[in-house]
Design a binder for this molecule. Sequence first.
Ligand SMILES: [Mg+2]
Length: 374
Amino acid sequence: MKIISVEALVLRMPEIDVGAADSTQDALVVRVHTDTGLVGIGEVDASPTVVKSIIEAPPSHAISSGLAEILIGEDPRDVERLWQAMYEGSIFYGRRGVAVMAMSGLDIALWDLLGKSLDVPIYRLLGGARRRTIPAYASTLMPDTPEEAEAHAREIAQQGFRAIKFGWGPLGQDADHDVEVVAAVRRGAGDDVEILLDIGFGWRDADHAIAMCERVRPSRPGWIEEPLPPDDLVGYAKLAAAVDVPIAAGEENTTRWEFADLMDRGRVDVIQPDVTRCGGLSEARRIAAMADERGIACVPHSWSTSIIQAASLHLIAVMPQARYLEYCIRPNPLNTSLAKTPITVRDGVAHVPEGPGLGIDLDESQLERFAVHA
Ligand SMILES: [Mg+2]
């Protein structure tokens, strides 16, 4: 089997609110075509046009090539060998950041192809599922007012979710308001639903974050995510040592080396590798194993289409310990309609797809509906 072409499809909602921290408004879907007719699909949750350039760029020299050029002509079933080829072939401009994010989508597509070629789901290739159902936490943006926050939390809890994350929005702009909206979320969610908070780097330094963790403590958050910027590892270590509430981070990070730093220097309690960003399923599996060795929880970040949800489910299915699938409940049709059979959650639980590869098929008409033709 040989790769004959690689597509990078930029998808975008007709109108975008650029002020909202909502990455479901656009998407980058990759398709890896082979001479057998089998097609692998993947996704990258990053700036779609930048990712497309990294995939399509012509080679500059031996260690500075666009990623498609590295893959074309290769056997897609050699997934880990091709991960290394992409990493080394882009190392002059890559190694971290968006180059590794672009690799992630292609790596997922290669796993999809390997599964399809063998007619087995990806979790089987990763060592076998330890679980076929995974609790999903509802993930959404924090509303602006306590009244809206309470009502939204109540509505989500009534849908059967046992855990809800509210992030960004007004969080981090005003300390008193933060305490009020978090208390409102607890009132709306009730006593038995876990509430998770994503501060979106809004608590300006470790000392302020320590004080804020104490102030929101009566609302019993299950974790505090990204209170500080991702590069403030000194701040994270100080914060994690000072507070009882678990500290979560890692959605921007790429590669095992950045996650080693986040865990060993940043001392966080929960890491959140995103399979479409951290280096794909190949790298996410290594990162999850590193977390397990350290006794640190790994709860993958997942905030886009059914492609990332399916890839995350295959990863979480095989991890030694698993807590949640992050299930984005933003209602954008781009986010919800790409797959013919979307990943759904019932009674707070998602099922690991059982079809070959990722186990999802894309709806061509929806791809066409949202495609941006350069
Ligand atoms: Mg987050």
